[in-house]
Design a protein around this ligand. Structure first.
Ligand code: NAD
Length: 476
């Protein structure tokens, strides 16, 4: 029977974890060791702003240190609390294990509405928060490496990196203390788009398997599919943009804080994004139906629903009315444990958060490696690759001359083949490979075991098994 009471976010993650471990043969002690959150640090600090001291509350939670450093974003939102940060830290442990990023799980948050402060004030607050965390090694290239999350981005990461460097002037690896930095401050190409790009690669991989697509009652590829996206922030904007511009999908609904836009012919994602940048919301956007109650649009008829804003938006209150046969969880925890059960009973296929939004941590991993190796990807081999390709092109040109009209090279072959891969191409290729491999590891469990009915349990089984092996190897 479906549950009637909604568990907290932390309890939701634990319930999903428990559903998976019930199918495993782990010693109870190890099961508990993996489930619990190792430590959560709460800090209250004051910053003098507008003539008076204001006190802020922040958290950094470390879920599992089976691998170090631990990794996880820092969120700025008024909803931040210990329960939420611990749930997100646990998800990071499972996510990193699933995509084989060699990190434990962590997460941080500051209870603040960033829109209430100007840039200078935010810098003061961020630097002070970073100072409090860094002095306890909760920001450290070899122990704990944050990244952007809701309400934070490149700018905040640059401040954090600089603050750490000021406190650790002889640490040659200081830049690796945080990821998601701007390019000029040690970032990597493709990090800003990474989570949305990962959502696109995840959907592409899903649609490569007709039997998986059929489980959602769909057929064919992404071309022409009707997609509703909630949250046109970093993740939602990039996912919607790439899916509509590169895969032929139609974005028929965009849900934001101030309502929803609906156009069954497909919205122009870039135009909506520009409108939000200029006007602060979607209200007033021309050429689309505007619904004041945005969350109702989650129930709009579509093929794919992409919740990319926040947790708990699909819950016992609306799960039964969700029409999308396929949900890809771009946000963390958008479907509560109760709603998950209702949707499973209805046959909805859910591509779970720990896989769907793992593009961010994957490219963060590449950035961290780049910072530690102190060299941009492709710098050593790119021209050498081009020189070797030139040899092949020279031979083909000789053949071309020899065969005359009987054979010619395709017009753009030479330019495309000659060009060695730059950092962005390498990052996208590494991300694509990671998303494909991780999907395949999940689907193998999904299809090979009769007791595994959904992708979420499959994902948990793969990742818990990897975390358990890591603990066992340490002798625990
Ligand atoms: P963001 O702050 O850039 O964007 C969030 C968007 O959602 C904003 O446009 C905001 O206006 C909108 N929004 C907020 N509340 C809403 C509501 N109630 N209804 C509709 N829209 C609402 O954040 P983000 O970085 O894109 O993160 C979104 C989600 O993705 C979060 O759950 C985050 O944990 C997860 N995530 C982010 C990353 C990353 O790399 N940024 C990586 C993994 C997971």
């Amino acid at each position: 029977m479906a549950p009637t009471k909604e568990p907290s976010f932390r309890d939701s993650v634990d319930l999903m974890f428990n559903r998976a471990v019930a199918l495993m043969d782990l010693p109870p002690g190890l099961e508990e060791k993996i489930r619990v959150c190792n430590a959560t640090y709460t800090v209250r600090f004051g910053v003098r702003l507008r003539g008076q001291i204001q006190t802020f509350v922040g958290y950094r939670s470390v879920h599992s240190e089976h691998m170090e450093p631990v990794k996880g974003g820092i969120r700025y939102s008024l909803g931040v609390n210990q329960n939420e940060v611990e749930a997100l830290a646990a998800l990071m442990t499972y996510k990193c294990a699933l995509v084989e990023a060699p990190f434990g799980g962590s997460k941080g948050g500051l209870c603040i509405d960033p829109r209430e402060y100007d840039e200078y004030e935010l810098e003061m607050i961020t630097r002070r928060f970073a100072y409090e965390l860094a002095k306890r090694d909760l920001i450290n290239p070899s122990q704990n490496v944050p990244a952007p999350d809701m309400g934070t981005g490149e700018r905040e990461m640059a401040w954090i990196a600089d603050q750490y460097a000021r406190m650790n002037t002889t640490d040659i690896n200081a830049r690796a203390c945080v990821t998601g930095k701007p390019l000029g401050a040690g970032g990597i190409k493709g990090r800003v788009e990474a989570t949305g790009r990962g959502v696109q690669y995840a959907l592409r991989e899903f649609f490569r398997y007709p039997e998986d697509v059929a489980k959602a009652g769909l057929s064919g590829g992404l071309d022409g599919k009707r997609i509703v996206v909630q949250g046109l922030g970093n993740v939602g904007y990039h996912a919607a943009k790439f899916l509509s511009e590169e895969d032929g999908a139609r974005i028929t609904g965009i849900i934001e804080r101030d309502g929803a836009l609906i156009d069954d012919d497909g919205l122009d994602v870039e135009a909506v994004h520009q409108w939000i940048v200029k006007h602060g919301g979607i209200t007033g956007f021309p050429d689309a139906l505007h619904m004041a109650e945005g969350s109702v649009a989650l129930e709009h008829d579509c093929d794919v629903l992409i919740p990319a804003a926040m947790e708990g938006v699909i819950n016992l209150g609306n799960a039964a009315r969700i029409k999308a046969p396929l949900i890809i969880e771009a946000a963390n925890g958008p479907v509560t444990a109760g709603a998950d059960e209702v949707l499973r009973d209805k046959g909805t296929v859910i591509i779970p958060d720990m896989y769907a939004n793992a593009g961010g941590v994957t490219v963060s991993y590449f950035e961290w490696v780049k910072n530690l190796s102190h060299i941009r990807f492709g710098r050593l081999q790119r021209r050498q690759e081009e020189a070797r390709h030139q040899l092949v092109v020279n031979e083909l040109e000789r053949l071309d001359r020899y065969l005359g009209d009987a054979w010619t090279m395709s017009p753009d072959f030479k330019a495309r083949y000659l060009r060695g891969a730059d950092e962005l191409e390498l990052v996208r290729s590494g991300l694509d490979d990671t998303m494909r491999e991780a999907y395949q590891s999940m689907r193998e469990v999904w299809h090979s075991r009769d007791d595994v009915e959904d992708l979420r349990v499959a994902a948990y089984l793969v990742s818990i098994d990897r975390v358990a092996s890591s603990y066992r190897a340490k002798g625990l």
